[in-house]
Structures are given as structure tokens and as C-alpha cells.
Design a protein around this ligand. Structure first.
Ligand code: 13P
Length: 262
């Protein structure tokens, strides 16, 4: 990572945890987080937002959601708007996670609408892009990333685009235990930064935070964070385990002290 960009370690809890377990985990993270150099966010299920918001009050850990609807309000049964998320205490919201794209038919056009809605409500979007295994194996990685990036950012004024955090999440690495190698992550992040530069210039690109997501663990976070274009992590499964997630959050401190988990 580049010291000019503040790293972000975000835990995506996905569709896990009832209220008691959510509260317990949020408390453990709040207590263990300390004064690190990285920003920390918990992206929790809608049902847990109010409870976790209360626990995180006064702590540096930020709250976020995993999805939103693009309309501010209306007859959209079962949906939650960006305004409602901001009102519930969210600072961040994931937009365009590959599970939403793949399992719930979210097209790039829908992702663009959600991105704009999140920004309009004052949320900081974490925009996910990433290629499938088939795309990687048929040399279509760069095309897929370009399409997803451009479709989401086209038409966004630079001042709004500057509020976005990108997350590169190769679909083949999500929940599979198969992490992209630090070199593979760096190659993709550098490519995305080039797309950012083409979209809004050098200044925008060099300030853009790009997280890596896909089987991030205590064991691989240091090597990933050592890459110049990796500015943090979007962590799924391991964010549900307080010891592992805290170790990921503390990547730098512990790495600098030479401490390693066995
Ligand atoms: P895993 O860390 O479980 O692979 O999930 C990654 C992810 O999808 C985070 O958004």
C-alpha cells in the first residue's frame, strides 16, 4: 500500500449472525481494534444495523450495509434505501458485490444506479468488481474489469467518484479458500488504477483506495498489504472470527513487530 492512502479493513458479514452473536462480535472488534493506522468497518446484515450502531457509537469502527435499493423511497416491498441506511448510522455500503451480480441478477446498469443512490444519500460506496474463473481462464479478466468499472463510474462527476472505495474481488477467490497471489492482486489493482486514471485523471487514480477481497486470512494479509496498490481488504468468512479479523486489522503493527500467528 501507499502511505498516501488510508487503508480500510472491512468485514462483510454477509447473511450471518442473529442479534446476540452480532452484538458479541461487534463488541469484540470494538474492544480489540486499538489505535491502528487502518480504518475499520463492519458491513452487517440489515437486521443487525441498529444493534451494532449502538455498540460502535464513540468507537473508530464504522458501520456499513451490504446492499441498497436505488430509489430513495416508495412501494418497493422488501427493499432498503440508501437514505434508510444513512439514517440507521451507516457510513459505508457495498455496491455490486459479485454475489449480488451472480445470484440476484444485478447488471452493471443496476450497480450504477445503486452507486449514484448511495452517493446521493451521503454514503461512501464500496464498489466491487471482479472476474469469474471462466473469464480468467479465457483471458477475459481485463475486459470484465473494464466493463464493470466503466459502467459504474460513467457519468459520475469526479467529486462524487472521489468518495468511492473500489474492491477487487476475483469471484474464483471468494469463499473458496483460494486467495489471489499477492502478484495477481497487485496486477489487477494496478490495472484498475490505470482505468481510474483514464476516467478521471492521475490525481483521482492515485487517491483511489482499492481493497482486495477473496479468502483474506490472518496468514495472507501481510503479503497482500505489502503490495503497492493494495489499500486494504474486504474480508468475508474470517471477519466472523474475532481473533482472525483483529489479526487482519492489525496487519501492520504485528508485521512490524515481527509477530506471526502460528
Ligand atoms: P471470503 O473472505 O469469505 O472469501 O469472502 C470475500 C468477500 O466476498 C468479501 O466481500
Amino acid at each position: 500500500m501507499n502511505p498516501k492512502r488510508i487503508p480500510l479493513i472491512a468485514g462483510n458479514w454477509k447473511m450471518h449472525l442473529g442479534l446476540a452473536d452480532a452484538a458479541k462480535l461487534a463488541r469484540e472488534i470494538r474492544e480489540g481494534v486499538g489505535a491502528g493506522d487502518a480504518e475499520v468497518a463492519l458491513l452487517v446484515p440489515f437486521t443487525a444495523l441498529a444493534v451494532v450502531a449502538e455498540i460502535l457509537k464513540g468507537s473508530p469502527v464504522k458501520l456499513g450495509a451490504q446492499n441498497l435499493h436505488w430509489e430513495p423511497q416508495g412501494a418497493f416491498t422488501g427493499e432498503i434505501s440508501a437514505f434508510q441506511l444513512a439514517d440507521a448510522g451507516c457510513r459505508y455500503a457495498i455496491v455490486g458485490h459479485s454475489e449480488r451480480r451472480r445470484l440476484f441478477g444485478e447488471t452493471s446498469a443496476i450497480v450504477a444506479k445503486k452507486l449514484a443512490a448511495a452517493l446521493a444519500a451521503g454514503l461512501l460506496p464500496i464498489l466491487c468488481v471482479g472476474e469469474t474463473l471462466e473469464e480468467r481462464e479465457s483471458q477475459k479478466t481485463w475486459g470484465a474489469l473494464t466493463e464493470q468499472f466503466r459502467a459504474a463510474l460513467t457519468g459520475l462527476p469526479p467529486v462524487e467518484a472521489a468518495k468511492i472505495t473500489l474492491a477487487y474481488e476475483p469471484v474464483w477467490a471468494i469463499g473458496t479458500g483460494k486467495t489471489a497471489s499477492p502478484a495477481q492482486a497487485e496486477e489487477a489493482h494496478a490495472f484498475i488504477r490505470k482505468l481510474a486514471s483514464q476516467a478521471h485523471g492521475e490525481g483521482f487514480a492515485s487517491a483511489l483506495r482499492i481493497l482486495y477481497g477473496g479468502s483474506v486470512k490472518a496468514e495472507n494479509i501481510d503479503a497482500l498489504m505489502a503490495q503497492p496498490d493494495v489499500d486494504g481488504a474486504l474480508v468475508g468468512g474470517e471477519s466472523l472470527k474475532p481473533i482472525s479479523f483483529l489479526r487482519i486489522i492489525h496487519y501492520k503493527t504485528l508485521a512490524a513487530a515481527g509477530t506471526r500467528r502460528p
